[in-house]
Write a protein that binds this ligand. Structure first.
Ligand SMILES: NC(=O)c1ccc[n+]([C@@H]2O[C@H](COP(=O)([O-])OP(=O)(O)OC[C@H]3O[C@@H](n4cnc5c(N)ncnc54)[C@H](O)[C@@H]3O)[C@@H](O)[C@H]2O)c1
Length: 330
């Protein structure tokens, strides 16, 4: 009863691997390490390789007695997906087909998939429910929507059972500061705010302060990465119990503005966050937040952490690494 975790050396995957192992589950990680960190595996069983290698996937499944897969491995940069779309169709979409073929060769028919709230684009109504229309606005989002359909059709043609989890904005680090996002590679708002606050970059850019929101800045649903990790374990339980395939939003159900994040960071750190208001970005919705009631009722899951826990965990992670760095130097 082992879970194959693709992309388990990445930001969200490494938190999920840690959560699953803490619950006593057996895992094996398959990651190319192209955008992941081997240290983030914290000693979990690991195979370096690509999901597009179906034979390797089948071999890993057989050797480790895999019975379900959590599929994080993908590229996730919206900007890069628009400048180099072929890379995204190949890695995200074709990679998922290859992964599924490898799973089937080893008779593995359960998959939890990392989808994204990006599939909704600019929503008609809030909070966003799972049955809202999909309006992808970039290649990355479209690959996620297509990957969902590919998995759905493997359900129809080959009896694969699946849970597609549409994450809203993943944020934060592990509460003990051990794991966290690589700030050098991230274009997410929280790391950018932290870097600006700590003087590691120039002012953080605020894209528009004239949206129809309480303070004029964009509103999103930031979900703590440890809450996300727990949801994956519950999704595996759902499939293990033989229950039906399902698409679920994972968010807090609460919208937080860019300025609220800046203020919360300032209050916690006790210093100003330099920022600069610039023009809106094309296609950015004013407000996005989830209706997560379905995940609550189906998985008995709800996000427990909010903005303060997210900011606190990032500061703890920063301090943890700064101390490690200083002790190596001395
Ligand atoms: N971070 C977010 O806010 C967010 C929101 C919605 C959805 N997602 C999705 O969640 C998943 C994980 O996101 P993340 O933030 O942890 O990303 P990440 O880039 O930190 O992790 C992805 C991991 O997958 C690996 N990988 C990529 N392509 C691979 C391949 N072909 N074969 C093997 N390994 C491969 C990378 O090396 C990396 O370790 C992605 O599918 C992403 O699209 C993320």
């Amino acid at each position: 009863m082992t879970i194959l975790v693709t992309g388990g050396a990445g930001y969200i995957g490494s938190h999920a691997v840690r959560q699953l192992r803490a619950e006593g589950r057996d895992v094996v990680v398959l990651d190319s390490l192209e955008r992941g960190d081997r240290d983030a595996l914290l000693g979990a069983p690991f195979v370096q390789g690509d999901i597009s290698d179906s034979s390797l996937v089948a071999e890993v499944c057989r050797e480790h007695g895999v019975d379900s897969v959590i599929h994080f491995a993908a590229y996730k940069s919206v900007g890069e997906s628009m400048t180099d779309p072929a890379k995204y169709w190949r890695n995200n979409v074709q990679g998922t087909v290859d992964l599924l073929e490898g799973m089937l060769a080893a008779d593995v028919r359960r998959i939890v998939f990392s989808s994204s709230a990006a599939v909704y684009g600019n929503p008609d109504s809030l909070p966003i429910r799972e049955d809202a229309p999909l309006r992808t606005e970039n290649v990355y989002a479209e690959t996620k929507a297509v990957m969902e359909r590919v998995i759905h059709w493997y359900g129809q043609t080959h009896g694969v059972r699946w849970a597609s989890l549409r994450y809203f904005n993943a944020a934060g680090a592990s509460s003990d500061g051990v794991l966290g996002e690589n700030w050098d590679m991230s274009t997410n708002l929280l790391p950018l705010v932290m870097k600006a606050a700590l003087g590691a970059s120039g002012p953080v850019k605020v894209f528009g302060d004239d949206y129809p929101t309480p303070d004029g800045t964009g509103v999103r649903d930031y979900i703590h990465v440890e809450d996300l990790a727990i949801a994956h374990s519950k999704a595996i339980e759902h499939l293990d119990a033989g229950r039906e395939s399902i698409t679920l939003n994972l968010g807090t159900g609460r919208g937080v503005s860019v300025m609220e994040i800046i203020r919360a960071t300032e209050n916690t750190l006790g210093r100003a966050v330099p920022y600069q208001v610039v023009d809106r970005r094309l296609g950015d919705p004013a407000t996005v937040y989830a209706d997560s009631r379905l995940a609550n009722s189906v998985l008995d899951w709800r996000a427990k952490k909010g903005l303060l826990e997210i900011v606190d965990s990032l500061i703890r992670r920063y301090n943890e690494h700064r101390e490690q760095h200083e002790s190596t130097e001395s």
